[in-house]
Design a protein. Structure first.
Length: 309
């Protein structure tokens, strides 16, 4: 019974050594008697027991390796501390097993040295503004060096770029000075624009006032001219009507009566408004005055009478 049990366990052990299942995400490197035989892809495989063995197992998925922070010197002699992430993938299981002892550690160290070299070609401001081109340069250099290792470097990403405290303090002062400069420039431009707008407004105001005064004078001149024309026409019409009235029978008597009434009214107005009572010497000769006015009226109307005849 004991012998049967041992034989059964031995057969199970032989079957275990004979069969091999490779997972989907891995490749296995097989050695026969210590010498490389083949690389098994995912699936079910048979091995020669006690002769073939799985020497290496590699994950074929993309791996992310953390690159520790390190001190770098930029082109303008600024000390920086930089860290990052490197993304790689095993492409050849044989080279990844026999091309280098540890491809992960080698990739990290190569990323550090390449990063120091690339940052040394850039100034401090360029390391921040040209981060994408810096990542591409590092990936290109690492990929060239890692090709014999059977791996493919897919991406490199810089996580942090940390200058020293002294550099940070200097940058803060520089940014503050730059902000102050921009603020002063903005205020100067605003004052300039305000002065320009004010001068343009004053100029337009003066133009508008001059145009208004010009138009007012024109309107006044036109109104005065029209007024003079209307008064002259009215006087001419009045004189014409007076001449016609004097040419009619009884017109002279009516004119004399009108002149007498106007004279008496003006004299009464002067006497009522004057503070000192002054009586003209000719008041005693009113009859002679009226007779003289009658002769004047008769003389004015005589040509009209002659013309009518």
């Amino acid at each position: 019974m004991f012998v049967l049990t041992v034989a059964f366990l031995f057969i199970l052990f032989i079957l275990y050594k004979l069969m091999l299942i490779v997972p989907m995400r891995e490749v296995h490197v097989i050695e026969r008697l210590g010498k490389f035989l083949t690389v098994l892809e995912p699936g079910f495989h048979f091995l020669v027991p006690f002769v073939d063995r799985v020497a290496y197992r590699h994950d074929t998925r993309e791996e992310v390796l953390d690159v520790p922070p390190q001190s770098c010197i930029s082109k303008d002699n600024t000390q920086l501390e930089v860290d990052g992430l490197v993304y790689l993938k095993v492409m050849d299981g044989k080279l990844a097993s026999y091309g280098i002892e540890n491809y992960r550690r080698a990739a990290v160290n190569l990323a550090q040295t390449t990063m120091r070299s690339e940052i040394g070609k850039l100034t401090l401001s360029q390391t921040f503004s040209e981060r994408d081109s810096l990542n591409e340069s590092i990936v290109r250099e690492i990929d060239k060096a890692s090709d014999p290792w059977g791996i493919k470097v897919l991406r490199y990403e810089i996580k942090n770029i940390t200058p020293s405290r002294h550099v940070i303090h200097t940058l803060e002062k520089q940014m503050e000075a730059e902000r102050s400069k921009r603020a002063e420039i903005t205020l100067a431009n605003a004052e300039k624009a305000a002065m320009i707008n004010m001068s343009q407004g004053e100029r337009q105001e003066a133009i508008n006032l001059s145009e208004g005064q010009k138009q007012r004078r024109i309107n006044e001149a036109i109104g005065t001219g029209q007024e003079i024309s209307i008064v002259a026409n009215a006087k001419a019409e009045g004189m014409e009507m007076i001449c016609k009235a004097l040419a009619i029978n009884g017109g002279n008597d009516a004119m004399n009566m009108l002149l007498k009434e106007q004279f008496i009214g003006q004299v009464g107005k002067i006497l009522s408004e004057a503070q000192v009572s002054v009586v003209p010497a000719e008041m005693a000769k009113l009859e002679g005055f009226f007779e003289g006015m009658e002769q004047v009226t008769h003389a004015v109307s005589s040509p009209s009478a002659k013309g009518a005849r």
